[in-house]
Ligand binder design. Structure first.
Ligand SMILES: Cc1ncc(COP(=O)(O)O)c(C=O)c1O
Length: 378
């Protein structure tokens, strides 16, 4: 790619070792894992081994991993599936800065009569633990809080959140789509009941993810049909995707600390140059603190972020204004609004998300193009 890609939070390229691991399952080892002959049976074993690999990365049991079509399905399933299995409780607690997978699932349930409590965040995107606890009552069905935010990189104190939930006997789901690979996601240390992952955010293929469901947690199925995924999620498995996800998870876990340090270093450098050169506000926690190492989110004064990102695209630099799902909107995202960014900066928000192929030597070009772009659109 000739350009400079700075949108790894939207998606990542598939790691070459992941491509190699996937290839045989597309044409040679192509059997349906539910078939009774060798070509199928050996693929069933491969699926179980893939589950084991992912389970080891999270420090959970193999049978607690269920493959889905990605993060959106896993989160839909966690929330709607748990709601359907426990119809006696009708209140759900989320944060103001959830991904649309959670937000719109809850909006859907709201129309069905559920009450949704949206816990406010402070200026850096941290939820108020006090408000979380005080929102709980006998009618609370569950809590769903994003572990690390996709727009501003805020890493919630998931251990403290989980302690509060379990003190009140409330089930906790977390969207760990952005967290996994960048920070430690070890469920022997942080006690969550359900957790969502998506492979394409950590150099795996698109269209595959999983939901971790702790043993003993009962949820209804969303997709009915065959008996795949322990009878809980029907449909012939995306075999090559599953193999790819497991390989990507293995690599991500093995190199997580190295990746964290590399991205933190690059973010620090890019951030310094941005602050030196532009009148902008830096959104979210400080770099090196409780922030995803690859995330930089800034707001420029009196501009429209989508115009700048379009101009940058014409100049081979790829950034985003918010999450990939609504990047064409000129309205500030719900996340930026929740931070109460001053009005004159709100619409000028740009997210840079760094990853493997980004180089320190790319920084001068990014800064120069940003200057040209701002001159052009202002
Ligand atoms: C935090 C977060 N949750 C969920 C998703 C949805 O995952 P998927 O693209 O696999 O459906 C994304 C992807 O943008 C995300 O960033």
């Amino acid at each position: 790619m000739k350009g400079i890609y700075l949108d790894y939070a939207a998606t990542t390229p598939v790691h070459p070792d992941v491509v190699l691991a996937m290839q045989p399952y597309l044409n040679i080892k192509f059997g349906n894992p539910s078939s009774m002959y060798q070509l199928g049976v050996s693929n069933r074993k491969t699926i179980n081994e893939s589950k084991k690999t992912i389970a080891q990365c999270l420090n959970v049991l193999q049978e607690e991993i269920y493959f889905t079509s990605g993060g959106t399905e896993a989160t839909n399933w966690a929330i709607k599936g748990y709601a359907e299995a426990h119809p006696e409780k009708k209140e759900i607690i989320i944060s103001q800065i959830e991904h649309h997978a959670t937000l719109n699932t809850c909006k859907y349930l709201e129309k069905k009569g559920y009450k949704i409590h949206s816990i406010p965040v402070d200026k850096k995107g941290f939820i108020s633990l006090k408000k979380l606890e005080s929102a709980m009552n006998d009618n609370t069905l569950m809590v769903s809080i994003i572990w690390a935010n996709n727009e501003i990189g805020t890493i919630q104190d998931m251990k403290a959140i989980s302690d509060i939930c379990h003190k009140h006997d409330v089930v906790l789901h977390t969207d760990a789509v952005q967290a996994f690979g960048q920070i430690s996601v070890d469920l022997s240390e942080v006690n969550v009941d359900m957790l969502t992952l998506s492979a394409h955010k950590f150099y795996g293929p698109k269209g595959i993810g999983c939901l971790y469901i702790k043993k003993g947690i009962v949820i209804e199925s969303l997709i009915h049909g065959g008996s795949q995924e322990q009878g809980k999620r029907a449909g012939t498995e995306y075999l090559s995707g599953i193999v790819g996800m497991a390989k990507a998870a293995e690599i991500a876990s093995q190199y997580q600390q190295v990746y964290y340090e590399k991205l933190n270093y690059l973010s620090t450098r890019l951030h310094q140059r941005l602050i030196q050169n532009f009148d902008c506000i830096f959104n979210g926690p400080e770099i090196g603190g409780r922030r995803l190492p690859g995330n930089i989110n800034i707001s420029f004064k009196d501009i429209i972020g989508t115009q700048l990102s379009y101009w940058l695209d014409q100049n081979d630099i790829y950034v985003s204004t918010g999450s990939a799902c609504d990047s064409t909107s000129i309205e500030p995202s719900h996340v930026i609004k929740a931070l109460k960014v001053p009005e004159e900066y709100m619409r000028g928000t740009i997210r840079f998300s760094l990853g493997n192929e980004f180089l320190e030597s790319d920084i001068p070009r990014v800064i120069a193009k940003l200057k040209d772009g701002l001159d052009f659109i202002q």
